[in-house]
Design a protein around this ligand. Sequence first.
Ligand code: PNS
Length: 168
Amino acid sequence: MTQRIAVYPGSFDPIHRGHIDLIDRCRGLFDVLYVAVLANESKKSLFTVEERVEMIRGLVAKYPECRVECFSGLLVDFMDSVGAKVVVRGLRAVSDFDYEFQMALMNRKLNPDVETLFMVPKDDLTYVSSRLLKEVCALGGDLSSLLPDIIWHKLKQRLSPPAKTLHV
Ligand code: PNS
């Protein structure tokens, strides 16, 4: 029987509870779910691609259907290499829509067999993004509830806030 294979691609810099919620929601829909971590030389990331892959592998090790790989180049080429026909993306808010819509259509242009499946995360995670988590953590905010413990500790280590400014 043909396996149903999907790819959940992203930067995952770092992975947070919103991503994990999505993985939890869609992994049961497919025989194999690849979490595909973008190795993008031109985009400055906080964690190396090896670190990001290792962190995610640790978190999804309990799910036999999940595989974690890095990719560079076109997503559709990575999908082809693993035999996947479905891209899974999260839609958190209307503001995500334009970019996601363009990406879905571009991927379809590149490979008409590829379908994009949009999924909605748990409502209390819709405001969470890796970019905001990094910004707030760097300023000393406590975001421990929005990240798995291990990721929260790694994020704090990497972004230890500057010493408090003294007002004189
Ligand atoms: O988590 P992100 O940064 O929103 O993920 C974006 C990602 C990795 C899905 C996207 O940048 C991507 O697919 N990059 C690979 C290059 C590619 O295929 N570009 C054309 C698709 S429009």
